[in-house]
Design a protein around this ligand. Structure first.
Ligand SMILES: Cc1ncc(COP(=O)(O)O)c(C=O)c1O
Length: 390
């Protein structure tokens, strides 16, 4: 922990509980203490001034009607410029389209960009809704557990290859990866491209956490990794993770070849329709005018990563994320007769995401959200250590 204090340090648990967010709304207590919300992927930090101003301006000017084309185009310009600056790939703004959220983009991709009835391949553990949404679209889900290699969780290309050979049509590539915090490297992306291309399959690239990388890790957009990848990918992103605005319902689909852009123009209307107008205005402000806020948050989160890396959590195998603010805690070594997340909610009063919700491969694991004030994170880690030692 740094000696000098930061404005985010003043955000107490009481303040967060009073503020109203899903993350802090779990009822109950533990040993007479309130619960610390560390599950859903929201940050406790107040949003950037530019974002708040954009929402206020929209309300003050009654800009709450249907979305005009030029505002959508302005948002696409801002998104493309941000991606160009941060990731070295500025997609054609005409191919950046508004959607309310990533799951809407995913649903449209499955419906309109894959062979009818084809299965969806999902490396696991995974972002929880990807486990259930394919079934809601009448698609089979093929879970492909991520094996460990050199201490990191990687894609099982042989299993992915087999799933495509069996007829699957789409792979979900979440990069940076939720919940393991992996940022896939160029060699991994190139190897994946080969497998996908061999089967004429597709990739849904969920890059919502793209701006949130640390240390030496740098996000490489999958569609930018090669022209072959660009030819079989629908990318989805949003400012909602990095700028903490999921309630504003504005994400982006990024098309990366002319045929897909044309197909989206013909099929994407319903997906685009739910995008919130104030969300578009706020997202434009985030990408364009709130980069300094993002950098401040990244530096603060990096300090939280260091705190986790130095924490003594007996019996837990801790993965400090290279990307995202989500840490993966493997609790299988505890050999509990209940999910470790249930044990820690009861005994430590810290509400984590249970790994089983991330797929079979996640059973016994937990996802810890690091995006809280450092004093609250310190308290959460202390409580977890105490519970594990008891
Ligand atoms: C990997 C991933 N994809 C998609 C989402 C959904 O975000 P949104 O609803 O803001 O599009 C999340 C949210 O946590 C996420 O972590």
């Amino acid at each position: 922990m740094t000696a000098t204090s930061h404005r985010f340090d003043a955000l107490t648990a009481e303040h967060m509980r009073a503020g109203g967010s899903w993350k802090w709304s779990t009822p109950g207590e533990s040993h007479g203490r309130g619960l610390i919300g560390a599950f859903v992927a929201e940050m406790d930090f107040p949003v950037a001034d530019a974002v708040a101003d954009a929402v206020r301006r929209a309300a003050d000017a009654s800009q709450l009607g249907y979305l005009p084309d030029d505002w959508a185009a302005d948002m696409a310009d801002a998104c493309s410029a941000f991606w160009g600056e941060r990731f070295g790939w500025a997609p054609d703004p005409a191919w950046v389209r508004p959607v309310p959220d990533v799951l809407t983009a995913f649903t449209a991709t499955v419906r309109h960009f894959t062979r009818p009835g084809s299965a969806v391949v999902l490396p696991t553990p995974a972002y929880m809704p990807f486990l259930t949404v394919p079934g809601m679209l009448d698609r089979e889900l093929v879970q492909v557990p991520m094996p460990r290699s050199d201490g990191r969780l990687v894609l099982d290309l042989d299993a992915i290859d087999r799933a495509f050979a069996d007829g699957a049509g789409l792979l979900v590539l979440t990069n940076p990866h939720n919940p393991t915090g992996r940022v896939f490297d160029d060699a991994e992306l190139a190897a994946l491209t080969e497998v996908v291309a061999r089967h004429g399959a597709r990739v849904f690239a969920d890059e919502i956490h793209a701006p949130l990388t640390f240390g030496g890790a740098r996000h490489r957009p999958y569609a930018a990794s090669s022209s072959v990848a660009a030819g079989h990918t629908v990318t989805a992103t949003s400012a909602s993770k990095a700028w903490n605005t999921p309630g504003l319902k504005c994400g982006q689909v990024i098309l990366s070849n002319a045929a897909d852009a044309e197909h989206w123009a013909a099929t994407g209307y319903l997906a685009e329709h739910g995008t919130a107008t104030p969300g578009v205005l706020a997202t434009t402000a985030a990408y364009r005018d709130a980069r300094g806020w993002l950098d401040e948050v990244l530096a603060y989160l990096d300090g939280n990563r260091a705190l986790l890396a130095g924490a003594d959590l007996p019996g837990l195998d801790v993965t400090v994320p290279d990307g995202t603010y989500l840490a993966w805690l493997d609790g299988r070594g505890l050999a509990l007769d209940e999910p470790p997340s249930a044990f820690l909610q009861r005994e430590a009063g810290v509400v984590l995401t249970d790994g089983a919700a991330c797929g079979e491969a996640g059973r016994g694991g937990m996802r810890l959200n690091l995006a809280m004030s450092r004093p609250v994170l310190t308290e959460a880690l202390t409580r977890i250590r105490t519970a594990l030692r008891a």
